[in-house]
Design a binder for this molecule. Structure first.
Ligand code: AMP
Ligand code: ZN
Length: 468
């Protein structure tokens, strides 16, 4: 299995630290609002990476945090006149609902920054003892130049950074020994959440949170550390400086970063205001379509979001779930139980689809090619399964299709559910048309539904529907 490592800028063979095990940390969202579909990209991508390791027989310890103390959370809390804790708890719950909708497996552990402050204080103290950090007026800074390998992940040169840093020097920054130094602990400001520490009341910097939570739940050395490519610098670079200086060991073996999800070729982000939340998308599409759309491109490439591409993803997914539904239907009506010799050799031919799928995934998780292998398999199913096939043979085809799709987090037996959502949407539209006295439109929708085999019944309790 090969993984592209941001550190070496090349694909490397995956060799786990411990035989049969993968220790993986993915930087999670800052929870001050509903997540947008840009945030969903690393969730979907690294859940798929995890699923593939599990498919390959690895035991995966998957840790992903929630950043639940941050300026943006505090600002939102002040706007609403509630506590920061209330904001973060609310949006963690909403985020978990979205993740479930996208079929993202629950992490082994989702640590919360606010529950790990003690460990962060210990790590900062160790850095001070070792000479890698210093305190000034209640703020603790990391002494960046002391860590000789600083810049090794982002391939940045310290002197280039320094000249950029000087230009950016702002008030208060001059208390730092060096403009490159970054904050590990900041003193309390009025109205902000704060914790007791040896340097007075305050809260941790963002970077130290991940260094500590990764260490606590996975150990000092981990296999994979991952996140969006905007985290390479400074977040991950700083995490390396902190963890390696404190622990005296190499931190993560492989650094994986997903490309951006763009809209009109600009990064989708909350600050630019050009985003769709996962919740909004779920009102228009089954979230499996979003997942399938994300995996149709390589995870390191930029991906442009558009209604047209979502439509195409929906159609592709439809082909897969329809093939699975047909197999189920044929199984229900099969006249022959046991697989025949001829069918056994036909089934053996499908090994090549599985092999192509694995080859694609082994090559740095090339999900686009893996999906192409599934499409080839679907074509095979459509021509080699029929009313004359045995139940066992059909069952084996279905099982293989479900197994490969499951690695991508796609549930193939979701056709009815997906259809139900579509029907409900059309019924709602018909109700709205009737309310607006647009009876022609309402009748048209009734006719369209009938063409799909759906009959509507207007009852006193509302509209009921059934398949005929
Ligand atoms: P944040 O809440 O901004 O800390 O982001 C949480 C995760 O989402 C990080 O791994 C980011 O790199 C990632 N992320 C944010 N916006 C995008 C985007 N437009 N495309 C891909 N990943 C993103
Ligand atoms: Zn992080």
């Amino acid at each position: 299995m090969k993984i592209y490592n941001t550190m070496s800028k090349s694909k490397e063979e995956f060799i786990p630290l411990e035989e049969g095990k993968v220790k993986m940390y993915v930087c999670g969202p800052t929870v001050y609002n509903f997540i947008h579909i840009g945030n969903a990209r690393p969730m979907i991508v690294f859940d798929t990476v995890r699923r593939y390791f599990e498919y390959r027989g690895y035991d995966v310890n998957f840790v992903s945090n929630f950043t639940d103390v941050d300026d943006k959370i505090i600002r939102k809390a002040n706007e609403e006149g509630v506590t920061a804790d209330e904001i973060s708890k609310r949006y963690i719950e909403e985020c978990k609902k979205d993740m479930e909708g996208m079929n993202i497996k629950p992490a082994t552990k989702n640590p919360l920054a606010t529950e790990e402050i003690g460990g962060m204080i210990d790590m900062i103290s160790t850095l001070i003892e070792k000479g890698y950090a210093y305190e000034k007026n209640g703020t603790v800074y990391y002494r960046t130049r002391k860590f000789e390998e600083y810049g090794k992940l982002s391939h940045k040169n310290l002197d280039d950074l320094q000249s950029g840093g000087r230009a950016l020097l702002v008030t208060g920054e001059d208390e730092k020994e060096d403009s490159l130094d970054f904050v590990l602990w900041k003193p309390k400001k009025e109205g902000e959440p704060a914790w007791q520490s040896p340097w007075g009341e305050g809260r941790p910097g963002w970077h130290i949170e991940c260094s500590e939570m990764s260490k606590k739940y996975l150990g000092e050395q981990i296999d994979i550390h991952a996140g969006g490519e905007d985290l390479i610098f400074p977040h991950h670079e700083n995490e390396i400086a902190q963890s390696e200086a404190a622990n005296g060991k190499a931190f993560a073996k492989y650094w994986m970063h997903n490309g951006f999800l763009n809209i009109d070729n600009r990064k989708m982000s909350k600050s630019l205001g050009n985003f769709f939340t996962v919740r909004e998308i779920s009102e228009k599409y089954d979230l499996q379509v979003l997942r399938f759309f994300m995996l149709s491109a390589h995870y390191r490439s930029p991906l442009n979001f558009s209604a047209g591409l979502m439509e195409a993803a929906g159609n592709g997914l439809e082909r897969i779930v329809t093939a699975a539904a047909n197999l189920k239907f044929l199984m229900g009506n099969a006249q022959v139980e046991k697989i025949t010799e001829e069918e056994a050799s036909l089934f053996a031919q499908t090994d090549r689809f599985k092999e192509n799928f694995e080859k694609a995934m082994d090559d740095d998780f090339n999900t686009a090619d893996a999906i192409a292998a599934i499409f080839d398999f679907v074509k095979f199913i459509n021509t080699n399964a029929s009313g004359n096939s045995s139940k066992e043979y059909l069952g084996k085809l279905h099982e293989r299709l479900a197994e490969l799709s499951n690695v991508l987090g796609i549930i193939v037996d979701k056709k009815d559910e997906m259809l139900d959502a579509e029907i409900e949407k059309m019924i709602e539209e018909r109700q709205a048309a009737r309310k607006n006295r647009d009876f022609a439109r309402a009748d048209q929708i009734r006719a369209d539904l009938l063409a799909k085999g759906i009959v509507l019944e207007d009852t006193r309790e509302g509209v009921k529907w059934k398949r005929v």
